[in-house]
Design a binder for this molecule. Sequence first.
Ligand code: XBP
Ligand code: MG
Length: 249
Amino acid sequence: MLKAFIFDVDGTLADTERDGHRVAFNRAFKQFYLNWHWSKEVYGELLAVTGGKERILHYIKSHHKAERNRHDLSLLIKQLHARKTEIYVSLLKNNAIPLRPGILRLLREARAAKYRLAIATTTTPQNVTTLLENTIGPESLNWFEVIAAGDVVANKKPAADIYHYALAKMGLSAQDCIAFEDSSNGIRSSLGAGLKTIITYNDYTRNDDFSGATLVLDQIGDEDNPSLLLKQTLQQNFLTVDTIEQLAQ
Ligand code: XBP
Ligand code: MG
């Protein structure tokens, strides 16, 4: 029997990247009078680097080589990222990005069946709490006994640190848990910590390498919004706690 479900956030709980994080980065660049713009396509490439600050540094190194020697580079990145977080949080508050189909149903089912829940993500903690508050509601913060996020570990995904951190906080070993991820960086991190992993890919990650996944799906799905891949493989419209338990054995 599994004891806990551990969820990634960006791309897994909600499609936050293209119309959330990307837009916030671009607005922050503008407010700092930087002539930088991350198109949908360029952003897809930049997603290879996880973490907003790390992504900005990577972008400067690859697209604006002259800027990389600025004496105030790390301060600039810190300030840009702080502004980006403010913008992202206000985007979530003003036009909430919805949870992906089936996520809320699965969380409710898991809670009813007494599974423990946690989050393991690269994004800034405030982004996670704001997403949960503005989709499910403030009470949902108590649904997750650990919200492992952002700079709490030294090495972000694909390193396994954030999953090791979440497991240690819960006092559980990897075989007691299953992870939910959407990307190759995510699954490298969860597999690195020894976790079985279910993938729900999205437009940015559908061609990623998901070797080692327990299951790869288009989405968790619901009665009125089925998972096409689950229908093909297991003749089920949506992923249930019972199916997850069977797959994990
Ligand atoms: C998510 C990320 C995050 C967001 C930006 O990766 O890479 O960096 O794009 O968040 P994952 P911050 O889903 O694998 O955890 O700007 O707050 O870092
Ligand atoms: Mg993700």
